[in-house]
Design a protein around this ligand. Structure first.
Ligand SMILES: [Zn+2]
Length: 219
C-alpha cells in the first residue's frame, strides 16, 4: 500500500477536533509595517519537501490578491541565492522568539525560501511592502488544508479527502453530506477516493467541528 502523506497530522487534527480544542480560523488582509520574525515551528514537514516549506500556503495569499516577490529588504543573501523570487507563504510574528500560541494570531506574507530558513529565525525582518494576511486560530505546524477548512463558510459540512497524494477539502451542503457515501466518486475526476473524513460545522456562540465519518486507515 502506498504511504498516505501527512496521515499522522490529519489524525492529530481529528483528535484535537474531537477534544473540542479546535476553533475556527480567520484570514484578513491588513497593512502591517513593523519588523517581523519567522514563526518557529511553522515549517511544513521539511524532511519531505526540503526548501519548499510552506509553499502550499502561497495559494492562500494569492486568493486574497497578494502576489509579490519576497518582502524582506534586509539581511539579504549574496546574488545568486533564491531571494527575492521563488516566494512562498511565510508565517511571521512580532515575537522575537518566534513563538505563537496554539490558536493564536500571526501574519502570512510573501517570503523566499532563503529568508524562510530556520537559520534566519530570530532575525528582525524589515519590509516596505505592508499588505499581508493576519491569520487567527492558527496552530503551529498545521497543514494549510486544515486551516482553510476552518475558515468561515455557510456550508454546514466539509469533506476532507485524499487525492493525487494531496489532502484537499470541499465545503458541502446537508444534501451532499447525506449522499456522500454513494457519491464519493464525484469528489475526484482523477481517481477513486479511498480516504475521506466528513466534518460537520455547528454554530452556537462559536463554531465547532465534528468528525462524522472517516475512512482513514487505522482510524
Ligand atoms: Zn527573501
Amino acid at each position: 500500500m502506498n504511504e498516505i502523506k501527512h496521515l499522522e497530522r490529519i489524525k492529530t487534527f481529528l483528535h484535537e477536533l474531537e477534544a473540542g480544542r479546535i476553533q475556527s480560523t480567520g484570514a484578513t488582509v491588513v497593512d502591517f509595517a513593523g519588523v517581523l520574525y519567522n514563526v518557529d515551528g511553522s515549517s511544513d514537514d521539511p524532511k519531505r519537501i526540503p526548501d519548499h516549506n510552506g509553499e502550499n500556503w502561497k495559494p492562500l495569499l494569492v486568493a486574497f490578491g497578494i502576489d509579490h516577490d519576497c518582502y524582506v529588504t534586509n539581511a539579504v543573501p549574496a546574488p545568486g541565492a533564491s531571494h527575492p523570487a521563488g516566494w512562498l507563504g511565510g508565517h511571521m510574528t512580532t515575537n522575537a522568539n518566534g513563538q505563537v500560541a496554539n490558536g493564536g494570531t500571526c501574519y502570512l506574507m510573501p517570503l523566499c525560501s532563503w529568508h524562510n530558513s530556520t537559520s534566519r529565525n530570530g532575525v528582525a525582518f524589515a519590509h516596505t511592502e505592508t499588505r499581508m494576511l493576519e491569520l487567527t486560530g492558527y496552530n503551529l505546524g498545521e497543514l494549510p488544508v486544515t486551516f482553510a477548512l476552518r475558515l468561515p463558510s455557510e456550508m454546514p459540512f466539509a469533506v476532507l479527502f485524499y487525492e493525487n497524494d494531496e489532502w484537499k477539502f470541499k465545503n458541502i451542503s446537508h444534501n451532499e453530506a447525506i449522499k456522500l457515501k454513494s457519491s464519493v466518486h464525484k469528489l475526484s475526476s482523477i481517481q477513486p477516493v479511498e480516504h475521506y473524513v466528513l466534518i460537520e460545522r455547528k454554530w452556537d456562540d462559536r463554531t465547532t467541528y465534528h468528525a462524522l465519518a472517516s475512512t482513514l486507515p487505522g482510524a
